[in-house]
Design a protein around this ligand. Structure first.
Ligand SMILES: C[S@@+](CC[C@H](N)C(=O)[O-])C[C@H]1O[C@@H](n2cnc3c(N)ncnc32)[C@H](O)[C@@H]1O
Length: 288
């Protein structure tokens, strides 16, 4: 999402810089100014940690802090970073339009994105006239939502709730016509319980975009715990590279009462993303 046409004032840019320094803006593709943008697109295309924020004016004394050093883009990679994030942004927009094409008119539907990060999806659904669009996340992104709503002139809701692995519950969000969840299932130890929690709050459709294996049976594969959530002890510590098979997703959707499952088609002009050898794929489970 490109906000350069909004010509953000210096106070707003300072607020964005602070949120970047705090680690609250980095992953989703947003362009705030010529020399201030974020997005994981370049890392997705390179296949390794390569930089999440282009912020050449970052104060020198902050540059070397481990958290920021991991996120900051080396300045000489600005152009490929920018291009990759334009493609990622186009990909998110493609997903939003594709989901809408499958589920119906946005202005009659409510949307919730689980693991919403900065709210690209709720903002995208609202830009297409959604009746209501919200996000929830394990990290508190409410300040980023307020900022982006102000810039965008929108009313995306941040709900301070998350899927709690130890209880297998996603409390406090209510239910929505369409629930989406992208690149989040790969961060939980109990993907079937997560699917159940997502399915229970989806009236009409559930879209899940995550890492899939090509196993033919019902398979869950785990990576090594990364320690993102130090309070998540065994067996909830597998927070990285949880991969499921397509038959397992399809069968789960059927067992949850969805009537059909459609796969997000790949587009020639937009790269298909993968991480550590496993492709990201998107499936929409629909109740007809
Ligand atoms: C890889 S990012 C993906 C962000 C966003 N869905 C997207 O695709 O642009 C994973 C997001 O899931 C969130 N997350 C991880 N575990 C979660 C949980 N148990 N409940 C809700 N959000 C979670 C993280 O805080 C992070 O914002």
């Amino acid at each position: 999402m490109d906000f350069r046409d909004k010509q953000l004032d210096e106070a707003t840019l300072d607020e964005i810089r602070s949120l970047i320094i705090e680690g609250l803006i980095s992953y989703q593709p947003f362009v705030f100014a010529e020399d201030l943008e974020a997005g994981v697109g370049y890392e997705f295309e390179e296949g390794h940690y390569a930089g999440l924020v282009h912020f050449p004016d970052m104060p020198d004394d902050l540059r070397s802090s481990p958290g920021l050093a991991r996120r900051l883009l080396p300045a000489h990679n600005k152009l490929p970073f920018r291009d990759a994030n334009r493609r990622l942004s186009a990909y998110y927009d493609y997903i939003i339009d594709w989901v809408l094409g499958e589920v119906g008119e946005a202005n009659t539907l409510s949307f919730l994105d689980v693991g919403c990060n900065n709210g690209y999806l709720p903002l995208g659904f609202l830009r297409r006239s959604a009746l209501r669009a919200a996000g929830c996340d394990r990290q508190d992104f409410s300040r980023v939502f307020r900022l982006l709503n102000r810039i965008n002139g929108s009313g995306a809701e941040f709900i301070n709730a998350w899927y709690e692995p130890a209880t297998h519950r996603l409390d406090g969000v209510g239910s929505f016509d369409v629930v989406t969840s992208m690149a989040m299932l790969c961060h939980v130890s109990d993907p079937l319980h997560l699917l159940k929690a997502l399915g229970e709050i989806s009236h009409k459709a559930l879209f899940v975009w995550t890492l899939f294996s090509d196993d033919e049976g019902n398979v869950v594969r785990y990576g090594d715990p990364r320690g993102d959530y130090p309070g998540d002890h065994f067996p909830y510590c597998f927070d990285n590279m949880t991969v499921i098979s397509v038959p397992l997703f399809r069968r789960s959707a059927e067992l949850m009462g969805f009537s059909r499952v459609v796969e997000l088609p790949n587009l020639d002009e937009i790269p298909s993303y993968a991480w550590k050898g496993f492709p990201f794929r998107g499936f929409l489970a629909i109740r007809d």
